[in-house]
Design a protein around this ligand. Structure first.
Ligand SMILES: [Zn+2]
Length: 287
């Protein structure tokens, strides 16, 4: 199977009331673990390339490495640029062959967010790619971008619909009570607000900070129109736990192939669990 546009993927998910898992990749092992889980569950999947991995691996190197691993995948795959803060990086990702990009201008003045998002959306659309924008501030820390949780503001339906129409995004990240990173207290999603936003926007909605949200709340959000759920922290926790165990069980081990195998296995299991939770298992056949 081949690459698929994020727009096609998420419109199908929204219409059919499931969500596609968007999982962050960090190296070859994490790409392989996610692909193995998606193939096992026969699910379409989004591989997210975020700011941290771009800093230490480089956007083009990551894309080339992902390409070589995706080539033989039996499920549809979409490579997505996560939380980009620049027009230039979005264009670089499009040039490198991403199927989906995101401009996160949620910290900018509204007009500026609209203007930059719209200019990227025009390029993405001329190539049939998907574009994600963000309105409202999602709390927590991700990839060195920090927003004080107390300043995290829930997105209103009015600003969501205005931004969605003015910017031309295909799917929209909103703030409805999730945060990036590890939760200090159990999150409580605002479903009433989500319903208002979905009703007004009429586009697939993206849930950031999907790690650590109780399963039942995730399913309720998907039932109401969330079509993409971003998961990073929980997968890194699984990968790192596997790595730590492998190394402490055998402190003399110095071969990466040996100690990384357990890390990959843990991450694959966690990814498969998320895919089943999101309802995307078995959905690969529709593409
Ligand atoms: Zn995010």
């Amino acid at each position: 199977m081949s690459y698929i546009s994020g727009k096609i993927l998420l419109e199908h998910a929204a219409e059919n009331h499931y969500a596609v898992g968007a999982f962050s990749v960090h190296n070859a092992e994490t790409v392989k673990a996610i692909l193995a889980a998606a193939e096992k569950e026969k699910a379409p999947v989004i591989l997210m390339v975020g700011q941290k991995v771009i800093q230490y691996m480089g956007l083009e190197h990551m894309k080339e490495m992902v390409d070589s691993l995706v080539k033989e995948a039996s499920v549809p795959v979409c490579v997505h640029l996560d939380h980009s803060r620049t027009f230039e990086q979005n264009v670089q990702a499009i040039h490198a062959g991403f199927q989906s990009v995101m401009f996160d201008g949620s910290q900018l003045p509204y007009e500026e967010n609209v203007e930059i998002t719209r200019s990227i959306a025009r390029i993405a659309h001329s190539l049939g790619l998907g574009m994600e924008g963000e309105i409202g501030k999602i709390g927590g820390t991700e990839d060195d971008i920090s927003v004080e949780e107390k300043n995290a503001m829930l997105t209103t339906a009015d600003e969501a619909v205005q931004f969605s129409q003015a910017s031309g995004v295909d799917y929209l990240a909103v703030s409805i009570g999730t945060a990036h990173g590890v939760y200090k207290v159990e999150p409580k999603l605002n479903f009433e607000r989500l319903e208002e936003i979905v009703e007004a926007v009429q586009k697939p909605i993206v849930l950031h900070g999907g790690s650590g949200v109780p399963d039942e709340q995730v399913q309720q959000a998907i039932a109401r129109g969330v079509a993409k759920v971003n998961v990073d922290t929980e997968l890194r926790q699984a990968f790192t736990a596997g790595l730590r165990e492998a190394l402490s069980a055998n402190p003399e081990e110095i071969h990466p192939a040996n100690y990384l195998t357990e890390a990959m296995k843990r991450m694959e299991e966690k990814t498969a669990e998320k895919i089943r939770l999101f309802g995307s298992a078995g959905m690969a056949k529709f593409f």
